[in-house]
Design a protein around this ligand. Structure first.
Ligand code: ADP
Ligand code: TRP
Length: 322
């Protein structure tokens, strides 16, 4: 039996990149009863950049509502808030004592974020250590993530390997599982991220969703010109959501010309509205019932706590000797 983990920060409402890159594959894979599946809302990671308590809590609830709306079953996935299991901080400390500091300073995500120096805090620097602790605390085998997280998984493997060698333990070296081999681009053409205000939020009101899609950046080819489907972010997203026949039709329209990006955006909008119609309705219902969301998180925390406890005890014994 394998232990499978997915994580998402509560930095905003989940967008189509999070959903296709991590949440949807995690929910799909959870139907595999042979494995134990975890979904962690990484609210301690979020604190590195977002410090408004009420907003963070609202975003946590929005993520849970989205997961439930997309069909997550509490019987099949342990859905929990990272902060509900404080042993993760203890473990992050142990791991930090095994981390050479240049490894953190040179991590891509840190380098990228420290280019915009509004708040470069130590939490941001040691972010990958906390993520490694998320993984080790549940002795995870497989981590479902978007490709942007590859380096974080490598760091986790490295640190867990160091613990194993030093204390002669046999904790698992986690493997990443990437659903998409590309990162989904946001409306501005960069990586779609809750932190960049470039998202497509499939649970937003129709008008907002429409505006988000209409704001997607494209090249400036005139209407009559044939378009390159292989380079177009609208097409890339459509391809992930529509049926084979629909994709085939859109490709033909792109290549023959006299088909504008505005039309392609409308096709993408209709595709999202249709494909997620049921989920969008369910999302609204969950949003109106925060008690059910909090109960779901409590239920998950109890299960996560029981599993975390056995591993932290083993690690404490080895590392501290108690
Ligand atoms: P964000 O950058 O939006 O704050 P998170 O850091 O919370 O997203 O990521 C949650 C999960 O979603 C991770 O597994 C991450 O790799 C995946 N993910 C985030 N953005 C994208 C994207 N644009 N394309 C594909 N997967 C993504
Ligand atoms: N760092 C991940 C991201 O930004 C979120 C995350 C935190 C995570 N802990 C995790 C992902 C554990 C997978 C496993 O996307």
């Amino acid at each position: 039996m394998a232990y499978v983990l997915t994580g998402i920060q509560n930095t905003g409402n989940p967008h189509i990149g999070n959903i296709l890159g991590a949440l949807w594959p995690a929910i799909q894979r959870s139907h595999d009863q042979k494995h134990t599946h975890f979904l962690c809302i990484a609210d301690l990671h979020t604190l590195t950049a977002h410090k408004h308590t009420i907003t963070n809590q609202q975003h946590t609830r929005a993520i849970v509502a989205a997961c439930l709306a997309l069909g997550l079953s509490q019987e099949k996935i342990i859905l929990y808030r990272q902060s509900a299991i404080p042993a993760v901080c203890e473990l992050a400390w142990y791991l930090s004592c095994f981390t050479p500091w240049p490894m953190m300073k040179n991590a891509h995500a840190f380098k990228e974020k420290s280019k915009h120096p509004s708040d470069i805090n130590i939490g941001l620097l040691i972010y990958p250590i906390l993520m490694a602790a998320d993984i080790l605390l549940y002795n995870i085998d497989q981590v479902i993530v978007g490709i942007d997280q590859q380096q974080h998984i490598e760091i986790a493997r490295d640190l867990i390997g160091k613990i194993n060698r030093h204390y002669q333990t046999d904790f698992t070296l986690p493997n990443p599982m990437f659903q998409q081999n590309t990162t989904i681009r946001g409306t501005d053409g960069k990586k779609m991220s809750k932190s960049y205000q470039n998202t497509i939020d499939i649970f937003a009101d129709e008008k907002i969703l429409y505006q988000q899609i209409m704001s997607m950046m494209t090249d400036s080819k005139p209407l009559a010109a044939p378009k390159d489907d292989t380079q177009c972010p609208i097409f890339a997203l459509y391809q992930l959501l529509a049926s084979e026949d629909e994709v085939h039709t859109l490709r033909k329209q792109y290549r023959q010309g006299n088909y504008g990006y505005g039309q392609a955006k409308k096709a993408l909008y209709m595709c999202i509205i249709t494909r997620f119609a049921v989920a969008r309705e369910r999302f609204k219902k969950y949003q109106k019932n925060p008690e059910s969301i909090d109960a779901c998180l409590e239920n998950g925390a109890k299960k996560a706590q029981a599993i975390a406890e056995t591993h932290i005890q083993k690690l404490r014994e080895k590392i501290i000797g108690t």
